[in-house]
Design a protein. Sequence first.
Length: 385
Amino acid sequence: MPKSFHRDRFFWVVAVQTAIVNFYLGGFGPAQSLLRADQGTSLTIAGLHGTAMGIASILAGWANPQIAHRFGRSKASWIGLSIFVTGITLFVISPPVYITIPATLITGFGTSVVINTMLTKMSSHYGKAAEVAIPQANGIASVGFVIGTALIGTIAIAFPNLWRVGLLLAVPVALILFLIGREKDQEEHVPDEDGPQGGKLSRNFWIAWVGFIACISSEFATSFWAAALLEDRVGSTAAISTVAIVAMGTGMGIGRWYGGLVLGHLKLDTQLLTVIALQFIGFVGFWLSHRMIISLICLFMVGMGISMQFGLSSIRLIGLSEGRPDLAIGRAALAAGIAIAGAPFLLGLLGDNFGISRAYIMVFALIAIAFVIVKAIPSKVIEAV
């Protein structure tokens, strides 16, 4: 099958679902400095919000085969969005840290369910063309990420005590999408009589799974604490540093939309190695920079490098799952959960003890691990001819 597809109604509904949860990720992740200032917590305690999000992804990964089996992938995405709306509302209306951490857990669970079903639905719907469709859907999602980052940072500058309220804009958008986007005449889902997808996965799958952890860890470690590094290196305020992370989100959006078109003639693994290398180059520049303009350019490069890693790595895991996509994406969500729970928290812990600049050396190691594993474990995705 050629690597082209038609952006039909199915594509746009799924893409906008993902954009809504990315609006939250774009506003919440870079705003860790703002949240820490509001609550008067250390980097380590603030990092527990990332840990809660990671635990949520682990739980969603465990539940993914069961949810897909019981409700079907289409209904599962709306269930995930409903859980997301509940969690984000609780986060905004309950300021104390002992409430915002469990609220983040609920929101993260819904977010992971939406993203998991996006991957399996598009992989099934588009086949080989999913190599272009999934990154482009993530490109639409990046618009949500950028809007979330820009909006929350701007509100923080103008109205320092109201930045969380901006996150609530996701709620009416989700409701409108549900009213106009769900298929009212959809066939009733009949659970597979063989039960949820299960069984033992190969050694190569699990090695590639470790590489997936490294990719997601480097992404979330950067998005959660890049604003803190900017404060340290450039001397900007927390609010301005949060807005500056728009550069990374913009790079992610452009990379996801055009990356599959530019790199589409390359094999899947070569595409992934190329964007990991681009991320490394951008991150070296960002880590060494002491000037805002250079930092922004490098963050843009980092965003482009990160842009396709999630989608391409997920397709690799599906290809190594021996025809069990729901199981593969469930295990991928476990990996993402470990990464999201561990990387921001560990980086915050290292930052408290050694300074944020030295702590960021961890990201170099993660990028190297991801690159080596992609080279060592070839994908089993059949290339188009």
